[in-house]
Write a protein that binds this ligand. Structure first.
Ligand SMILES: Cc1cc2nc3c(=O)[nH]c(=O)nc-3n(C[C@H](O)[C@H](O)[C@H](O)COP(=O)(O)OP(=O)(O)OC[C@H]3O[C@@H](n4cnc5c(N)ncnc54)[C@H](O)[C@@H]3O)c2cc1C
Length: 398
C-alpha cells in the first residue's frame, strides 16, 4: 500500500489550489478561519462558485453533473478546501438527497430535483430526528396517511440544521405501524411553504441559531413526492447516512485549526514566555498533533483501500470518533490558550467587521463559542457511542 500521492494526484492538488486561490473569496475565508458567522448568502455564494466550475456535486456520477472524481481526488479536494478556509458545502441537497435520488428516485424526480439542487434553486434540510428518535432512528413517529393523490403528514422533527433557510425538507415518515418498525418508514419530499408547517428555533450553547424544531399539522404532500416505494424508506435512509459519514474525519478542518492554535500558542505569553514553551501546554499540543498525524495516515489507508475497490467498514466509525475527538481537543486547547480572554461570550464579535473594544488576542473573541459549537461533532452523524457499538459489532462480533 502506497500512502504517497502519485504525480497525477499532485497535479490535481495543484489545480485545486490554483482554483481556491483564484475563486475562494478572501472575505469568506477570513470568516471561516476566524470562526465568524457565515450568512446564508456566504454559503450560497460558495455553492454557486463550485457549481459554475462543475465541482459542486463531487459524489455524483458525471451524467448528472458530477466531475467524475475518484476517492483520492475527492479527499484531496475536500481537505484543501478546508485548509484554505472554504465554507463546508451545505450537505443536505448535494451530499445527502442527491445520491438518494440518483439511486432510488424516479426519472421524473431526477429530472426535476437534481438540476435544482445544483443551481441552488432549492435549499434542502434533513427531517430525520424526532424527540424519541435520534440514535434509535427507526422509531420515527411522524405519520403520513395516504388520502387520494396526497399524503397527510402530522408530527414533529427536531435538530433540523438550517431549517429556517430551507424551502424543502426530506423526511422519514411512518406509513405503517403493524409491521417491524424499520418496515413501516417512507421517504417523503416536503415543500416547507405548505400550510401546516411551523419552524421554531433552537438556540444552542454557543448562542447560535443553527438548528430548529419543525412541526407538521395536517400537511398535504403530493404522493408524487414519495421517493422509491412506500415502506422502503429505511433502506434509502441508511444509504443516505453512508454519504453523511463520508469524509467525517474532517482532517482538513483539524489541520487548519491546528495551524491557528500553534499561531496562538506562539503569540500568547505566560510569565513573559510564549505559551508554546509551557511544558504542560506543549505536551497537550504535541499529543493532539501526533493524534492528528496518525489519523491522517489511517484516513489515507482507508482512501487507498476504497480507491482499490474496497468498502470502508468499521474504519468510517473509527475515523468519526478520532476525527471529532481531535477537533474538540484543538478547540479546547485554543480556549485554554486564550485564558481569561476566552471567558466573555461576545456574540457581536462573531459578526464580520466587529469593531468593538479589543479584548485580548485576535483568536479570543470566538474561542468560547467555537468550543461550545464543537460539542455537536460527537453527537450528529451518529453519536460516538453509537459508532463504538458499530465497531464492536463489526470487529468483535458483539
Ligand atoms: C447540532 C446538531 C445538528 C443536527 N442536525 C440534524 C439535522 O439536520 N437533521 C436531523 O434529522 N438530525 C439532526 N441532528 C440530530 C442528531 O442526528 C441526533 O442528535 C443524534 O442522532 C443523537 O440522537 P439524540 O439527540 O436523540 O440522542 P439520543 O439518541 O437520545 O442519545 C443520548 C445519549 O445516549 C447515547 N446512546 C443512545 N443510544 C445508545 C446505545 N444504544 N448505546 C450507547 N449509547 C447510546 C448517545 O450516544 C447519546 O450520548 C443534529 C444534532 C445536533 C446536535
Amino acid at each position: 500500500m502506497d500512502l504517497k500521492f502519485t504525480a497525477q494526484e499532485e497535479a490535481f492538488r495543484t489545480e485545486v489550489l490554483d482554483f481556491l486561490r483564484e475563486r475562494l473569496p478572501q472575505r469568506i475565508a477570513d470568516k471561516v478561519h476566524n470562526g465568524r458567522h457565515l450568512t446564508r448568502d456566504d454559503m450560497a455564494a460558495w455553492h454557486a462558485i463550485l457549481n459554475e466550475k462543475g465541482w459542486l456535486a463531487n459524489h455524483w456520477p458525471k451524467e448528472y453533473g458530477g466531475p467524475g472524481w475518484n476517492a483520492v481526488q475527492k479527499f484531496i479536494f475536500e481537505n484543501e478546501c478546508a485548509i484554505a478556509g472554504a465554507p463546508r458545502i451545505v450537505p443536505f441537497g448535494v451530499n445527502m438527497l442527491g445520491p438518494v435520488l440518483i439511486r432510488y428516485g424516479s426519472e421524473a424526480q431526477k429530472r426535476y430535483w437534481l438540476p435544482r439542487i445544483l443551481s441552488g434553486a432549492d435549499w434542502w434540510c434533513q427531517g430525520y430526528s424526532e424527540p424519541g428518535a435520534g440514535s434509535d432512528l427507526a422509531s420515527v413517529r411522524t405519520s403520513a396517511v395516504r388520502d387520494g393523490d396526497h399524503y397527510v403528514v402530522n408530527g414533529q422533527k427536531t435538530w433540523t440544521t438550517l431549517g429556517h433557510y430551507a424551502n424543502m425538507i426530506f423526511c422519514l415518515v411512518r406509513t405503517a405501524t403493524d409491521v417491524r418498525k424499520q418496515e413501516g418508514i417512507s421517504f417523503l419530499l416536503i415543500d416547507m411553504n405548505t400550510p401546516g408547517i411551523e419552524v421554531h428555533p433552537i438556540v444552542t450553547l454557543d448562542g447560535e441559531h443553527e438548528v430548529n424544531e419543525v412541526f407538521f399539522t395536517d400537511v398535504r404532500v403530493p404522493a408524487a413526492n414519495l421517493v422509491g416505494e412506500e415502506n422502503k424508506g429505511w433502506t434509502y435512509a441508511k444509504y443516505l447516512l453512508t454519504y453523511e459519514r463520508t469524509n467525517i474525519a474532517g482532517v482538513g478542518f483539524s489541520v487548519a485549526a491546528m495551524a491557528r492554535l500553534k499561531r496562538a500558542a506562539q503569540n500568547v505569553t505566560r510569565n513573559g514566555k510564549p505559551l508554546a514553551d509551557d511544558p504542560q501546554f506543549a505536551a497537550r499540543l504535541a499529543k493532539v498533533e501526533i493524534d492528528l498525524e496518525n489519523m491522517k495516515t489511517t484516513n489515507l489507508r482507508v482512501i487507498a483501500a476504497v480507491a482499490g475497490g474496497g468498502v470502508p467498514g468499521a474504519e468510517s466509525s473509527m475515523l468519526k470518533i478520532r476525527g471529532t475527538e481531535i477537533r474538540q481537543e484543538i478547540s479546547s486547547l485554543l480556549r485554554r490558550a486564550m485564558g481569561p480572554y476566552a471567558a466573555p461570550f461576545v456574540e457581536a464579535a462573531l459578526e464580520e467587521g466587529y469593531a468593538g473594544e479589543a479584548i485580548g488576542p485576535d483568536e479570543a473573541a470566538s474561542a468560547a463559542a467555537q468550543y461550545f459549537n464543537n460539542r455537536k461533532l460527537s453527537i450528529f452523524g451518529g453519536s460516538n457511542e453509537i459508532q463504538k457499538n458499530i465497531i464492536a459489532k463489526m470487529m468483535l462480533g458483539l
